[in-house]
Design a protein around this ligand. Structure first.
Ligand SMILES: Cc1cc2nc3c(=O)[nH]c(=O)nc-3n(C[C@H](O)[C@H](O)[C@H](O)COP(=O)(O)OP(=O)(O)OC[C@H]3O[C@@H](n4cnc5c(N)ncnc54)[C@H](O)[C@@H]3O)c2cc1C
Length: 387
């Protein structure tokens, strides 16, 4: 975090290596993302493949995984990278999260050695793009009710169904698809050029416009036996991948909020009304102070969860605490910053409305805030209130 927003002097609690990774990603975002992102957003088109290769060069794809060309960075370093990417745009952090924490992690954690060798090195460089298909048109928060089916036919598997709201699907080379079988939920690494697989882009999104989202139709898709991820058994496998990605969001949301607040501080310091800068009004300062306090609390929370992750002590319900709080507060900060910019707050010339719109998706995907409340509620009470 840059002064003066680092109210609690968190910077020195990062290691030199963590600060270095953060600064490299921040520079990449400044050079490669900020000059173009407003146009990408407005046009709803982003050079995702090109960016993926650049992110790959820096080791950002699957950066917390080990082997197969992955960087093997700490959880905190990965989180800091997510924070910087999302300060640029949530869509770019989504690209990296889906690639590394969902698609690559699923193959890395549950795949065979052959699957890992086939996909992970090229996904780490960004040559191959992955997506993760869990959500269906009729089943979002309740993936246990999924209807996509995989049935055995001799040695082969045949997949039928549909996946909806899948980040990267239209540009992906491989999809990790979760499907119901006679033995329960199983995962499959599905090459997107397999006959029967079609991906269609979802248009008219008012959020995450600098991210490619699609639906996947699976029409009697025949796959060899070795397409199944052998170590994945039951819904806990995809849920464990979601925990990985949610962890990145805990950090990323803080990045979007920070960018809003930095923009607003600069604006309020120079915009004059009634003969004084907006920043000189008590009401504005109350807003700025409250937002800065929430921001630094979110940063502390992310760092604490990161240190737990690096000590292999992070529980999924703790990630829910982080995702619930940090996305909710980031969205509140973005909306409040919007008010301080007045009419300019709704302009694409400033990043604030873009961040606010993006955070609406972030609030919903990877478990809605209500689902995370239920996870925390279950932890507190011992009672499941999901159904
Ligand atoms: C831009 C974008 C990208 C996405 N990328 C991916 C991806 O890459 N892969 C993927 O698999 N999915 C992806 N998703 C889908 C996302 O994970 C789902 O949208 C999310 O899980 C919610 O499902 P739903 O939209 O069907 O909402 P629903 O499940 O229909 O929920 C609607 C509302 O009801 C509430 N609700 C549901 N159940 C309960 C309950 N038991 N108690 C209280 N409230 C409840 C929810 O919290 C929500 O407010 C993406 C979504 C978006 C918007």
């Amino acid at each position: 975090m840059t002064a003066p927003l680092d109210l609690l002097d968190l910077d020195p609690s990062l290691t030199d290596e963590e600060r270095q990774i953060r600064d490299v990603v921040r520079q990449l975002v400044d050079d490669r993302v900020r000059p173009h992102v407003a146009d990408w957003y407005e046009q709803g088109q982003v050079p995702a493949r090109e960016l993926a290769r650049e992110f790959g060069k820096l080791g950002l794809l699957g950066m917390h995984l080990t082997g197969y060309g992955c960087a093997g960075a700490s959880a905190v370093a990965y989180g800091l990278a997510c924070q910087e990417l999302e300060a640029g745009d949530s869509g770019l952090r989504s690209l990296v999260s889906v690639q590394g924490s969902l698609a690559m992690y699923a193959i890395w954690r549950y795949g065979s050695e052959e699957q890992k060798q086939r996909w992970l090195p090229s996904m780490a460089t960004g040559e191959a793009i992955g997506c993760f298909g869990l959500t269906e048109p009729d089943h979002g928060s309740d993936p246990a009710s999924m209807t996509t089916r995989a049935r055995r036919d001799g040695d082969d598997w045949v997949l039928t169904g549909a996946k909806m709201w899948i980040t990267n699907a239209p540009i992906a080379d491989v999809a990790v698809i979760w499907a119901r079988t006679d033995e329960g939920v199983r995962g499959f690494a599905v090459p997107m050029d397999t006959p029967g697989v079609t991906a269609r882009e979802i248009r008219r999104k008012m959020s995450l416009r600098a991210s490619v989202t699609g639906e996947i139709a699976l029409d009697d898709v025949r796959l060899p036996a070795d397409a199944r991820l052998p170590e994945a058994s039951g819904l806990k496998a995809p849920l464990s991948c979601l925990t990985e990605a949610r962890y990145g969001i805990v950090w990323g949301a803080v990045g979007a909020a920070r960018d809003c607040l930095e923009t607003t501080l600069a604006y309020a310091g120079t915009r004059t009304q009634f003969g004084r800068p907006l920043a000189g009004f008590q009401l504005t300062q109350a807003k700025l102070a409250d937002m800065a306090v929430e921001l630094v609390k979110g940063q502390l929370l992310a760092l604490h969860l990161g240190r737990l992750a690096d000590a292999h002590r992070l529980r999924p319900d703790q990630v829910s605490v982080g995702k619930l709080n940090n996305v909710r507060e980031a969205l509140a900060i973005a909306r409040q910053c919007r008010t301080i910019l007045g009419a300019n707050g709704v302009s694409g010339e400033y990043p604030i409305m873009r961040h606010a719109n993006n955070l609406e998706s972030v609030l919903t995907y990877e478990g809605t805030s209500e689902i995370h409340q239920l996870v925390v509620g279950q932890r507190l009470t011992g009672l499941s209130a999901f159904a």
